[in-house]
Design a protein around this ligand. Structure first.
Ligand SMILES: Cc1cc2nc3c(=O)[nH]c(=O)nc-3n(C[C@H](O)[C@H](O)[C@H](O)COP(=O)(O)O)c2cc1C
Ligand code: SF4
Length: 662
């Protein structure tokens, strides 16, 4: 059965106002940081072209700012300048060349911004500071409201000139319109505040102005937040009422949905893997029951089966698949052609997409080294069909093997463990991180499809490699735990990997030392708390698992940690440890491990007495084979942690980068 017939709903066309989409898969709006000086770039066009070529039904671009007072991050598209039009034309041609309609999202972020870039006061309905930007916005006056409305119309006009098939008003998670709609941020007592119709007045004015600017031949959509998840914020009932108002205007062609507020409950908008797939569909469902306009449902729809199900169960008419198509531009085409198992499913790790946005870097993907680099040419293989041996089956080795084989080389991959995956497979043993294993599954499947011979339980020695005399060897031998100086020889002081790989089973009171600021400490802490240990995480940093903030994992971890009784202490440096390997006594002082700590902001000493210490600390590269193969009569490369230990994205990128040079 072909994919299209397998997915009865997903591949049926739909009319969205004046536009017909060929299937129900939407690449919904998301920032890319590909803009330069406020203008769209060729990088945008190439990025969208790849998804259009990959069979998506509809593209909605990232937001285009509608007014100079709106500049919350550096690389925003300034839609209010006419200079954007040539870039718009490139973007829209890129989609149209593949027969895919493309809409532009219009927005003014309102008070969810700072004046840092614009050097202008931030505008909002009321002077309510945003919890992230912490800047008091200026409450807009009547003539400024008129200016905002006019700004939307101007940008809509630019979009029409630029060839967009429609525009979407982002009124959902970071928007001045959301600010007006929400009782939490709209404290006005004039005609734009108070009752819901009054709070929605600006939206109705914008809808009128934008419709007039784009005419009847382009689609107009409105993205609404179904629940802000903040004290006193908009609720589902009000959001549904706004959807009804939109339908009643007779000017709006579809409703897009969202959950959460960008700067207070962002983790619910781009949910991490610990939140179940389809978690926000209830919003689309409620809207769909209230209006007859097409409704887009979104939120961790990872594969075509989930998307089909969302449609079949009547939650929505179109399905937003955002990170799923950042990770695999061919998501739709693979499903349609019956090759859904070849989709490189998104992990919802947020490491290279959302995470890089927060760091002002261009959008990428941990699994897809080509995301954001779609049109950068790869060098042709230097020679065909070379014999390549990859040593190590973690993400770096798997990616190197998959890319090399895809480029026509004959590849053997050796993994000394009984299964591939390296440290990712270990990290994914913790329930809240289980989906991380998808990267291994995806890469191993890619290796298989391209004919890589994977040999597990085999150690690639220097002698074996010399005997085989391949054309090239890629070493991806990973990293090993490295005990900190204060732990040397101490019993009951172990590494996270010792616990996750089952070599140690700490019990009783456990202190986890977090030097890495990522998932290692928090994951092992959860695992041990689940096993009944009394767990405290200590860190020299200002917060435990510091970088979990960037990937939006912090909030859900803290909720689970609270429920599991995991304690957290910050600003503590381990200065030394002592212990005899016996369990700590009931008195809390005898036996066990004694940690001497320094509270570095005050210079005060501190102590912890526990049964076990688990270290989430820096590792050392496993580079012995690299040393032994110096002077080998064939090419030797190394990738990933055996160069120097880093996170998974570096392993994948390096595996790919080296493989294209073979
Ligand atoms: C990197 C990134 C940036 C985003 N920026 C926007 C945006 O500018 N406007 C918007 O309406 N939604 C934005 N979103 C939210 C997405 O449209 C979508 O609702 C969210 O990613 C959940 O869908 P998914 O699980 O399929 O990724 C963004 C999402 C991501 C991943
Ligand atoms: S970086 Fe992670 S969450 Fe983002 S698209 Fe890639 S796999 Fe998905």
């Amino acid at each position: 059965m072909s994919g299209a017939s397998q997915y009865r709903y997903l591949f049926s066309p739909l009319r969205v106002g004046p536009v017909v989409v060929r299937n129900r898969i939407v690449f919904s709006a998301h920032l890319t940081n590909y803009a330069e000086d406020g203008l769209p770039t060729q990088q945008h066009a190439d990025y969208y072209a790849a998804r259009a070529a990959g069979g998506v039904g509809l593209i909605i671009t990232e937001e285009h700012s509608t007014h100079p007072t709106d500049w919350p991050y550096e690389k925003l598209i300034h839609g209010f300048h006419r200079a954007v039009i040539p870039g718009y034309q490139k973007m829209t041609r890129a989609a149209h060349d593949h027969g895919v309609p493309i809409f532009a999202q219009l927005n003014h972020n309102g008070g969810q911004a700072s004046s840092m870039f614009s050097r202008l006061p931030v505008w909002a309905p009321s002077p309510v500071p945003d919890p992230m930007f912490r800047e008091v916005p200026k409450a807009v006056e009547r003539r400024e409201i008129a200016e905002i409305v006019a700004g939307y119309a101007t940008v809509a006009g630019h979009c029409a000139e630029g060839g967009f098939d429609g525009v979407e008003l982002q009124c959902s998670h970071s928007s001045i319109v959301r600010g007006f709609l929400s009782p939490a941020t709209n404290k006005r007592t004039d005609a734009y505040g108070g009752s819901l119709p009054a709070r929605a007045r600006i939206l109705l004015e914008i809808v009128d102005a934008v419709r007039e600017a784009i005419g009847p031949d382009r689609a107009l959509g409105v993205r609404i937040c179904g629940d802000e998840l903040i004290e006193g914020g908009s609720t589902l009932a009000e959001a549904v009422e706004v959807a009804r108002m939109m339908q009643a205007t007779g000017q709006v062609d579809y409703i897009n949905t969202s959950i959460g507020v960008a700067t207070a409950t962002l983790f619910m908008i781009e949910a991490p893997m610990s939140i179940p797939p389809g978690y926000a569909l209830f919003i689309a469902n409620a809207m769909r029951r209230a209006v007859s306009l097409p409704v887009i449902g979104v939120g961790r729809i990872k594969d075509p089966v989930q998307a089909e199900r969302a449609l079949a169960e009547g939650h929505c008419d179109l399905v937003g698949v955002v990170r799923g198509q950042i990770a695999d531009p061919d998501f739709a085409a693979k499903a349609r052609s019956g090759h859904a198992t070849e989709i490189r499913t998104c992990l919802s790790c947020n490491q290279e997409c959302v995470g890089r946005m927060g760091l002002n870097r261009w959008l990428g993907c941990i699994e897809n080294p080509r995301t954001g680099r779609e049109a950068v040419p790869l060098p042709p293989p230097s020679r065909r069909s070379r014999r390549v041996v990859v040593v190590g089956g973690g993400p770096a080795g798997l990616q190197a093997a998959a890319t090399a084989a895809q480029r026509g080389h004959r590849v053997t991959l050796l993994e000394r463990q009984p299964r591939t995956g390296g440290q990712v497979a270990v990290a994914a043993t913790v329930p809240s991180r289980a989906e991380f294993l998808d990267v291994v599954r995806n890469l191993a499947a890619e290796c298989q499809r391209h004919g890589v011979e994977i040999r597990t339980g085999v150690t690639g020695t220097a002698q074996w490699l010399l005997d085989q005399a391949p054309d090239a060897v890629v070493l991806a031998t990973g990293a090993r735990p490295q005990p900190p100086y204060w732990a040397a020889g101490l019993p009951h002081v172990v590494d996270v990997r010792d616990v996750l790989e089952g070599r140690s089973e700490p019990a009783g009171r456990v202190v986890v030392v977090d030097d890495l600021g990522f998932h290692q400490a928090t994951s092992v802490a959860e695992l041990l708390a689940d096993r009944g240990c009394e767990v405290e995480i200590i860190t020299a940093g200002m917060v435990v698992g510091q970088d979990l903030g960037v990937t939006l994992d912090m909030e859900t971890f803290n909720v689970r940690a609270q429920a599991k009784g995991i304690r957290q202490a910050t600003d503590l440096v381990v200065m030394g440890a002592a212990g005899d390997g016996r369990s700590a006594g009931q008195d809390g002082r005898s036996g066990g491990v004694e940690l001497s700590l320094l509270h570095h902001p005050t210079g005060q000493p501190a102590q912890r007495h526990c049964d076990w210490v688990v270290c989430a600390v820096h590792q050392a590269p496993e580079d012995e084979l690299w040393q032994e193969l110096q002077g080998a009569p064939f090419e030797v490369h190394r990738v990933g942690d055996c160069v120097t230990p880093r996170r998974a994205h570096a392993a994948v990128i390096e595996g790919h980068r080296v493989a294209v040079t073979l």
